[in-house]
Design a protein around this ligand. Sequence first.
Ligand SMILES: NC(=O)c1ccc[n+]([C@@H]2O[C@H](COP(=O)([O-])OP(=O)(O)OC[C@H]3O[C@@H](n4cnc5c(N)ncnc54)[C@H](OP(=O)(O)O)[C@@H]3O)[C@@H](O)[C@H]2O)c1
Length: 380
Amino acid sequence: MTELILVTGATGTVGQHVVTALSDRDVTIKIGVRDPETVSNEIADAGELIEFDFTKPETWGRALTDVDGVFLVRPPVVDKSEIGAFVEAADRVGVARIAYLSTLGAEKNVLVPHHWIEKRITATDMEYTLLRASFFMQNLLEVHRGDIVEYGEIFVPAGNGETSFVDARDIGETAAIVLTESGHTNQAYDLTGPEALDYEEVAAVFSDVLNRPIRYPDPSLLAFGRRMHRRGKPLGFIALMCGIYTTVRLGLATRVTDDSQHLLGRRPRGMRAFVEDHADDFHGDSQPHRGSSGNSAGSGYVETRRPPLPDVAYELVNPVMSRLLRSPLHSLVSDSIPLLTFIGSRTGNEYTTPVGYWVKDGHLVVTPTLCISHGASDTT
Ligand SMILES: NC(=O)c1ccc[n+]([C@@H]2O[C@H](COP(=O)([O-])OP(=O)(O)OC[C@H]3O[C@@H](n4cnc5c(N)ncnc54)[C@H](OP(=O)(O)O)[C@@H]3O)[C@@H](O)[C@H]2O)c1
């Protein structure tokens, strides 16, 4: 008889890939979601949608009926005690096996909820597999995409610590493997990508693949906290991020294992493959524009201001400045006056002009000038 697998967190970063990977296998999938109305067709079509909420035990009975295996995710907002109660309920109704998405180092780190949940799982009669995952590459897409798209930078307080990033798609595939194939009973796997990279190296991969400069400004924890606070992020979020990136700073996220390779039967996806596959997601309307002067200050949020002098002053000065900036003597002024090339939003024409700039609150503020004789009205 075909096995029935309940997938929790099925709309999440990893759960969606567990559903996809299981749908290629000879199993029936129960997809436990809080609101079946909001689920994408891709996920909904893969199995039976069922209302399920860790915080509503009245939804557990239907979700667990006839289920042979469970893929368990602890949503970050759910208290570990509710996950523990659900694990015990699954055991009581006779679920045979469970695969749990845990975190790297959970066996030693008593501070993370995963440590406690793992202990609850191993104390049951269910066959278990613990998938202790490293840092997801998808965090760069889901948490840090705005900085990459708008400011051309990866703004995390990770210092020069390395991370053995893993792709959530590979975790999804390994979950499907351990739930449907033999040989993984009562095992724990450390799921990492193929290499450990620091954020300078990550930024270099992004720059290369996206063909525009992506910087890693290496902010201190304080600078990171200040910027997040200005953006109105809750203190809990800031503290969590600082906690996570402190472990990276301390070199605790660097371990690479071959468990993913062993389970997948191939090399796990690396950072380059991840960025290539999501390149479209990292392009946005407000992409930083590469200046023709090559001045690296060109990457970042650009705010334009009209200068205080009459236009005629700039019409006289700018052609001279443009020539100087294109000449071998450009270093006399290019530290403070780069050339900015941009496409007019109305005409589509390409313009180049010398600009003044300064940095304010971590943002690049650019003073536009009027060296351009045509189409200046579509430049703002
Ligand atoms: N990010 C990392 O680098 C990393 C690394 C290792 C381990 N982890 C662990 O991975 C887990 C998170 O996995 P993820 O990133 O795939 O999840 P996620 O993207 O944060 O999504 C959470 C999922 O849980 C569902 N959910 C939220 N509240 C729920 C509730 N009350 N009852 C039932 N379902 C609920 C959400 O569904 P709806 O909102 O659609 O209802 C969603 O499908 C965490 O335990 C985290 O510690 C993360």
